[in-house]
Design a protein around this ligand. Sequence first.
Ligand SMILES: [Mg+2]
Length: 231
Amino acid sequence: MDLKGKFNTVFFDADDTLWENEQFFRNAEAQFAQLLADYTSPEGVQQMLWQKQEDNIPLFGYGSKTYMIGMTDAAMDLCGGNLPEHIYYGVKKIITELAFHEFEFIEGVKETLEALQGRYKLIVATKGDLTEQMHKYRISGLADYFHHCEVMENKDEKNYLELAEKNDMDPEQILMIGNSVKSDIAPVVNIGGTAIHTPHEVVWVHEMMDMPQSDRIIEVQDIKEILKYLL
Ligand SMILES: [Mg+2]
């Protein structure tokens, strides 16, 4: 599929598309399992944590603060209703480290953005906690390449229709680049847009989904490969 000349604007997901993210959450979960090792197996901790995270995301959205609530809820259950002080503060320490982890670009991001800059209007379209995502966007220095950063409440079809409207575009004019089939690919093609999937080796269970069938989806191996379709 040739995309040249078809789009004026390119939207980029941020977590695990522009910068590393999921590995830090996996690391936090491993530390949490370690903290609760006296109560149950690592698999038992993980199972309880997934359940509590799924319960809390619809209420509090995405990001490390919601993870803090999910971990505290999971720990409370696993400790039989008596949460020891060292477990509570252990959770808080894990989450603080998660929220302020070292920033790391995905390989090839800067070169790709440099090549696209000036030829397309580039916009970050991420979901998550507003404070955390804007902090990462600012320290990344990527504001030099992007028109602006949208922190979306979620990334379903409704949210993408709102994104199009907000940017004075028809849904068919959306070109989205991202690593998550569920958040960056499926909803975009379902409303008539086009998507390029840049896979990341670590995928959050919450984001797992089979790739839909569409001639408006392109799969690449890494972010640099998108230039082949856009330049
Ligand atoms: Mg992502």
